[in-house]
Every structure is written in structure tokens, then in C-alpha cells.
Design a protein around this ligand. Structure first.
Ligand code: 5GP
Ligand code: ZN
Length: 113
């Protein structure tokens, strides 16, 4: 999608601080971090949000596995972390390219606002 920020990050038109990449998935540091570790995990192919994830696809599972791997690599696995998916307006989604947030490095309050 030509007007999608995360597609532009995937294709390199917008620079990002990458922490993980494979054939299907890219992860990079959030530009406006809400925690000491705040990483965005996206599929390389454009999917608007979790509602559009093909039910026959294992992409969501792969993204979650990547999130766990990064949590270990970032040293927040033992202290704890949160994986978030914001979907549509009430969920707070602002970028309409599927992504999981990985947040950690501080005590995260629950429930969020
Ligand atoms: P959402 O609100 O859709 O769940 O999350 C979108 C996230 O993308 C936000 O946390 C926002 O800070 C991040 N973001 C938006 N534009 C950019 C960008 O150009 N680069 C990076 N690294 N993060 C971005
Ligand atoms: Zn996109």
C-alpha cells in the first residue's frame, strides 16, 4: 500500500531502527516509545488489522513467537512484558497495517486507560 507508513518502513522508504527481520516479519523500535522497550512487530505484507488476518495463515502465531524471541533478546523476558494489538477506533489503532506492540522495561499498569 503506497500510503501506508509501515509498508514504507518495510520497503525502506522510511528509515527505522530494526531489531528483527525475516522473510515475512519486520520488527523495529517505536518512534514514540511508551516504555524503555517498545517494539513494533509487523508482517511485511500489508494486512490492515487483525480482522483481516487470513484464518488459514499462521502469520499471527509467527508474530507472537517473534515477540517472545525479542523479549528474551531485549532482556525483559524474566521481569515481564506486554504484547498489545490495537484494533480500529476504540482499540486505539492509528496505523492501519497489522502490528503487535511489545512493551517492557518498567512496571506496566493494568488495566490501560
Ligand atoms: P497504533 O496506535 O496503531 O496501535 O500504533 C502505531 C504505532 O506506530 C505508534 O506507537 C506510533 O508511535 C508508531 N509509529 C507511527 N509512525 C511511526 C514511524 O514512522 N516510525 C516508527 N518507528 N514508529 C511509528
Ligand atoms: Zn501497510
Amino acid at each position: 500500500m503506497s500510503d501506508c507508513i509501515f509498508c514504507s518502513i518495510v520497503n525502506g522508504d522510511i528509515p527505522s531502527n530494526k531489531v528483527y527481520e525475516d522473510d515475512e516479519i519486520l520488527a523495529f523500535r517505536d518512534i514514540a516509545p511508551e516504555a524503555p522497550v517498545h517494539i513494533v512487530i509487523v508482517p511485511k505484507l500489508h494486512v490492515a488489522n487483525i480482522l483481516d488476518l487470513d484464518e488459514s495463515s499462521d502469520l499471527g502465531q509467527k508474530m507472537l513467537k517473534v515477540a517472545s524471541k525479542i523479549a528474551k533478546d531485549e532482556g525483559i523476558a524474566e521481569s515481564g512484558f506486554r504484547i498489545v494489538n490495537n484494533c480500529n477506533a476504540d482499540g486505539g489503532q492509528t496505523v492501519f497495517h497489522l502490528h503487535f506492540h511489545l512493551l517492557g522495561g518498567r512496571n506496566l499498569k493494568w488495566p490501560p486507560g
